[in-house]
Each structure stands twice: as C-alpha cells, then as structure tokens.
Design a protein around this ligand. Structure first.
Ligand SMILES: Cc1cc2nc3c(=O)[nH]c(=O)nc-3n(C[C@H](O)[C@H](O)[C@H](O)COP(=O)(O)OP(=O)(O)OC[C@H]3O[C@@H](n4cnc5c(N)ncnc54)[C@H](O)[C@@H]3O)c2cc1C
Length: 406
C-alpha cells in the first residue's frame, strides 16, 4: 500500500528543505526524500565550510538563463533580507566578506540545522537515505516507487539540484525526470569551474601554480555583450582558477577566448614610460613591486611579451616602444582554454529545466501543474558569491507557498 502525502519533495538540499518546510508549516502533509546518507552535503562544504548563504546585492542580472526575466518574480518575493532574518532568528552569527557576500562566522552546519529545524516545525516526514526507482503519473498526482516503499503524492517537487560534484551525490535525476514528462532541458554544462589549457602550451605556466593576483577578466561571445569581472585569478597545474575564472567560466563556451587584464585600473604603458626617466632599477624588479616576483619572472618569459633579457635591463635603457608592447601584453593577455575541469570540480551546473516550461511565480510545470522544479535543476545559474543559495531559497519558497493542501 502506498503512503499518501499532499507533497513529495525529492532532494533534501537547500531548495528542497526550504520548499518542504514552507509547505509543511502551511499545514500540508509533506515527505522529503533524499538518496544521500548525510544531510545537506553541498551546504556543508559551501563557502569553504562557512556557507556564503546569500548576497545582499542580488538582482536578476547576477544570473544566467535562456530567459533572464524568469527569476525576477521569485527573487522579489523572497529577498536576501528575508533569509538573513531567518538566520538571525536562530542566533547564527554572520559577517559580510566582501561585495555583499554573507557567510556564517562558524560552520555551515548551522544553516543545515536551521533548515532541518524548519522542516521539523512543519512536521515534514523524512525518507533518507532513500533512492527513487520510478515516478509515474497516477490520477492527478504521482506514484513513486522507492527503496523504502511506495508513496503517492498529489504534488511532486523535484529539488535534486545539478550535476556538479557527483562525488557528494549529485545526479542528473531532475533532467531525466523533466524529459520523462516532456519538459525541455537546456543543455547542461559545468559552471563556476576552473578552465584548462593544452598541456604543451601550459607547461611554461606550471611553475606559477599557487600564484594569485587580482585581474580583470572578460569574455565576449559572438553577438553578445562583453562580460567583465574584477576578481582574483589563481594559476594551477592544469590551467586557471580562482574567483575571477570561476565567474567567467559560466559565460565561456568551447572555442571562445578570454582576455585577462593583469594590470586593472592602471595605464601600464604610460606608467612605465613615466617611471623610466633616470631609473636605474631593473625593469623586472620594478614590475615585481606591482605583482608577485614569481609571476613577473615566469610570465614575461612564458608569454613572450617582450624580447628576452629586457627584464634585466635598467628601466632607463628600455625603449618606449618595448614598454608600450609590454603594457599592451599585460593589459590584453588573450587565451583560448581547451576545456573546463568538469563536473568533479565545478560549483554548479548551468542549463537545466527550460524555464519556458515552468510558471515563474510557482515553479510548476505548465503542462503538468502538479509537478514542480526548483533550485539548481532549473535553468537559472547564479554568479559566485551567494547568489545560487539565494535562488535555492527563493525558488523553494515560491514553490512552498504555491503547493495546495486538501
Ligand atoms: C564546493 C561548492 C561550494 C559552493 N559554495 C556556495 C556558496 O558558498 N554559496 C552559494 O550560493 N552557492 C554555493 N554553491 C552552490 C550551491 O551549493 C548550490 O547551488 C545549491 O546547493 C543548490 O541547491 P539545490 O537544493 O538545488 O541542490 P542541492 O543543494 O545540491 O541538493 C540536491 C539534493 O538532492 C539529492 N539528490 C540528488 N540526486 C538525487 C536522486 N537521484 N535521488 C534522491 N536525491 C537526490 C542530493 O543528495 C542533495 O541532497 C557551492 C557548490 C559547491 C559544489
């Protein structure tokens, strides 16, 4: 015999727990199902263990989607201040790191406990760990076969997230289920992910692994507006990472190049020419006042920006033409990545369930009004900096408020 619920939520992550708790607290009979042994693993590891739980500057412009307006309604109905209010009501200490990014002072576990507690308040039933073997339409609701028994629900919420980090239980369940019910899926790709380069090309930059510096990164896809981020860049053994690269990776498409301005906010050619007169300092030593010395030494050689040996010349002896060439090269380092480090290293998945098939106020499928998709499974992908959790909370709340009881 199937156990009956008003609502079954599959996926007890950020969005799933939020939707389940909101619906439960409205008096609906809710079951939350997750295949993982441990609750909220992505929340636990997020923000370096401190969970960057929202961003106070959240706007629809901080998200990528085929339909950039889709997220508007949910984001305006549940704002960063609303989640912050919930965090404060649990006495969780927090701080702003920078650019509106709010983190827990202590561990991200406090956010998991907050969500668990909110679910308890809503008398949400748990099935965890529990795999869902099949989902079939049954009357106006759904019949679920799970390894802890059959469930019947009037409404089904899919909150199984994206495919980033399969090693902590991420799957393509949401995309498979969407296709099963005839919803379109925007091609998924790893996003907020390190970029990799051809091994031969990158060999010269490998000694820079671990070096980090603030840069301006841009990506211009054909026919699209130029996207620019001012953030840190980190050299790795296989390519580039760090917040700036993660941000630009979400926009980058295979075959496109990215441009890195290693001297943001400076007119380097002009500065070098101004500094040159009577300057007996070696050019390399002067540049090392602007960047880590290792970066200066290795980058100039590897990027073949200026003729060999110039870094060892006294600044006063370096021709203006060469200084201009160097300034240009450092302002416009253009690279073509060969790929990304993939889902194993990505923070999120871009793409997902096509928003054209969903109601923006409720997250319900247009064709199947009792089937909902929320969180990262939907084609709404946030920038780095707390935006993805804000989307998870907002889409979860929109759905939780729309679900119907008897
Ligand atoms: C390393 C890392 C750090 C991050 N840091 C931040 C940050 O600081 N700030 C921020 O805003 N975002 C961050 N993110 C992104 C953020 O974690 C996600 O966008 C967010 O968790 C998505 O919420 P969700 O509820 O849609 O999915 P998830 O939180 O991923 O939850 C999905 C749930 O579904 C379950 N599930 C999956 N498949 C199945 C299945 N087949 N059957 C049953 N259950 C299933 C999973 O076990 C999981 O519990 C980070 C991501 C990573 C990987």
């Amino acid at each position: 015999m199937a156990v009956d619920f008003d609502v079954a939520v599959i996926g007890a992550g950020a969005a799933g727990m939020m939707a389940a708790s909101v619906a439960g607290q409205r008096g609906l009979k809710v079951v939350l199902i997750d295949h993982a042994k441990k609750l909220g693993e992505k929340i636990r590891i997020s923000g370096g263990g401190r969970c960057n739980f929202t961003n106070t500057g959240t706007t629809p412009q901080n998200f990528l989607s085929q339909n950039p307006n889709f997220c508007r309604s949910a984001l305006s109905a549940y704002k960063p201040a609303d989640f912050l209010g919930l965090v404060e009501s649990y006495g969780i200490a927090w701080h702003e790191k920078h650019k509106g990014q709010l983190f827990c002072d202590d561990s991200s576990d406090s956010i998991i406990q907050l969500l668990r507690q909110e679910c308890l308040k809503g008398n949400v039933a748990w099935r965890m760990p529990c795999a869902v073997q099949s989902v079939q339409a049954s009357g106006s609701g759904y019949a679920l076969a799970t390894d802890t028994g059959a469930i019947h629900c009037k409404q089904l919420v899919i909150a199984t997230g994206g495919m980033a980090l399969p090693q902590v239980g991420a799957t393509d369940f949401a995309l498979r289920l969407a296709r099963q019910f005839g919803l379109k899926v925007i091609e998924p790709r790893p996003a907020l992910v390190p970029l990799t380069f051809d091994g031969g090309f990158w060999q010269d930059f490998v000694p820079l692994s671990g070096v980090s510096t603030e840069v301006e990164l841009s990506n211009q896809a054909k026919g699209k507006a130029k996207i620019t981020f001012l953030e840190d860049l980190l050299f790795t053994h296989r390519g580039l990472s760090g917040p700036g690269i993660l941000q630009i990776s979400s926009y980058w498409q295979p075959g496109e190049s990215i441009t890195i301005n290693l001297a943001p906010g400076l007119d380097l050619s002009q500065t070098l020419i101004e500094q040159k007169s009577g300057n007996r300092q070696q050019l390399g030593n002067y540049l090392a006042t602007l960047w880590p010395k290792r970066l200066v030494e290795q980058w100039i050689g590897a990027a073949q920006a200026i003729p060999t040996g110039v870094a060892e010349q006294r600044m006063a002896d370096v021709p203006d033409k060469v200084l201009r060439q160097l300034g240009q090269a450092l302002h416009h380092w253009t690279l073509t990545p060969t790929g990304t480090a993939g889902y194993k290293k990505a923070e999120v998945m871009r793409g997902g369930v096509d928003t054209k098939d969903l109601n923006q106020k409720t997250m319900a499928s247009r064709a199947h009004p009792n089937l909902y998709f929320i969180g990262e499974s939907v084609d709404v992908t946030g920038w780095l900096g707390g935006y993805n959790f804000q989307w998870a909370w907002a889409s979860g709340v929109a759905c939780g408020r729309a679900l119907q009881g008897e």
